[in-house]
Design a protein around this ligand. Structure first.
Ligand code: S3P
Length: 181
């Protein structure tokens, strides 16, 4: 039920006391697409961490990796995450590597109900295509190793959801969970 003035305060309070939902998982699992659809369903804001990083740097993700290296990219990622968690009633699409760093994991745990979109490596690979714009998806074996190595970090999410289905169905299921909490 919407609050007077058209806001969604009652729902915001019921999502585990958090006013944000963070979507996480490997490159190509559908974080950005599902986040956009979910935000529309909830009438919440939508943020994409990669978009915020590119805007912050004034450069593409690939250019940041090329000039600053992965470490420089991770610093910017943590910086924009600290800003993003301040915004109420927001669905945030995290980057595939956001959960690698403990300070990021703490921010996510403190500010959001987080959802791991679990898709197989094959599904992610098909969705990513040629890997353009994703410097860490350049070589297939390297990406497969990253996929395996990151499972435990993704498993720290509040919830896990099978992300093989179509994005609209996934968004609907997350909305259902959020509204029941
Ligand atoms: C990364 C994933 C990318 C982007 C950057 C690093 C990773 O985001 O943040 O290329 O380490 O997995 P997506 O998961 O949205 O592709």
């Amino acid at each position: 039920m919407a609050a007077p003035g058209g806001g969604l305060e009652p729902l915001a309070r019921t999502v585990s006391g958090h006013a944000q939902i963070h979507l996480l998982g490997f490159m190509g699992c559908g974080k950005s697409t599902v986040a956009r659809l979910l935000a529309r369903r909830l009438v919440w804001n939508y943020l994409d961490l990669d978009v915020l990083i590119a805007r912050h740097a004034g450069a593409s993700i690939s250019a940041i990796f090329a000039t600053e290296g992965e470490a420089g990219f991770r610093d910017m990622e943590s910086h924009v995450l600290r800003q993003a968690v301040q915004k109420p009633r927001t669905v945030v699409a995290l980057g595939g590597g956001t959960m690698l760093l403990e300070p990021n994991r703490e921010l996510v745990a403190r500010h959001a109900m987080s959802v791991w979109l679990r898709a197989s490596f094959e599904t992610c690979r098909l969705r990513v295509g040629d890997g353009a714009g994703r410097p860490l998806f350049g070589d297939l074996e390297g990406a497969r190793n990253l996929f395996r190595a990151r499972q435990d970090d993704y498993a720290r999410a509040t919830l896990q959801i099978d992300a093989e289905d179509d994005p609209n169905g996934i968004a609907a299921r997350i909305e259902g969970v959020a509204r029941r909490l």
